[in-house]
Design a protein around this ligand. Structure first.
Ligand SMILES: Nc1ncnc2c1ncn2[C@@H]1O[C@H](COP(=O)(O)OP(=O)(O)O)[C@@H](O)[C@H]1O
Ligand SMILES: [Mg+2]
Length: 226
């Protein structure tokens, strides 16, 4: 692909998610590369907007096609910290709720718009716990939209893990995080839950088994809202 940035011979695969591989460029920078064709321009724009308002995101240095060069963050994901016993799941829930609230309180980008900035994939794998506090990564789905959709998606994703639909080392223990999250989360976590379920069903990263159990995850979220 012509628009890919060169990876220096010294770089090593550093981490990988469902959609991207991350390479260490040097101590201060990583290269995140989507495995399938994607354009990071929109994502980089939202990240820069959030950063300009003091929201915790990695600084973006370059975005070209599937590649993004950004600030290297030091620290575990929220999920890793919880698994290591360094972060209580309830405290993780407080952090997630706070990160969503702060995001939804940013000024809307379009004048007169009632939409806010939404991430639409804010869960414990997409938060890194750093010295400057929790920092949000993986802005692929981010854009302008209703905050309640974002809150519903976070709840739904956590519920998918809680019911065992998405396999994750935290497993059913994440139940405690979900209930606390539902208590603290900004907005109304069920108002747009059906839209969140539809959005989730349409995601290419979801397996047929995961899609088949979305309804059960929706029911788990509803059961957690008092
Ligand atoms: N700026 C960064 N600094 C350090 N590590 C990062 C950074 N961005 C991503 N990572 C690492 O790469 C992993 C996958 O990144 P992510 O953006 O979530 O990709 P995916 O879309 O594949 O989930 C993260 O869990 C984290 O370990
Ligand atoms: Mg991710």
């Amino acid at each position: 692909m012509t628009n890919q940035l060169p990876i220096p011979a010294t770089s090593e695969p550093f981490a990988a998610g469902r959609e991207a591989d991350v390479f260490l460029l040097d101590d201060g920078r990583v290269l995140r590369r989507y495995r399938t064709a994607a354009d990071t321009a929109h994502e980089a724009e939202i990240m820069a907007y959030a950063a300009s308002h003091g929201y915790p995101v990695p600084a973006v240095y370059a975005a070209s096609g599937p590649d993004m060069v950004m600030e290297r963050l030091h620290g575990p994901t929220m999920a890793e910290a919880a698994l290591a016993g360094d972060l209580a799941l309830e405290d993780g829930a407080v952090m997630l709720a706070d990160l969503l609230r702060r995001l939804h309180e940013l000024p809307p980008r379009g004048s007169g718009s009632r939409d806010t900035i939404v991430h639409l994939d804010l869960h414990p794998e997409n938060v890194l716990i750093t010295e400057r506090g929790p920092v949000v990564i993986d802005w692929r789905n981010a854009g302008d939209g209703p905050g309640d959709l974002d809150t519903a998606l976070s709840a739904l994703i956590i519920a998918q893990v809680a019911i065992g639909s998405i396999e994750h080392p935290l497993g059913a223990s994440i139940d405690a995080m979900l209930d606390r999250f539902l208590e603290l989360a900004p907005g109304d976590p069920v108002r747009l839950l059906d839209d969140a379920a539809a959005y989730r069903r349409g995601q290419l990263t979801m397996s047929p088994d995961e899609i088949a159990m979305i309804g059960t995850a929706v029911a788990r979220v509803r059961a957690g809202v008092r």
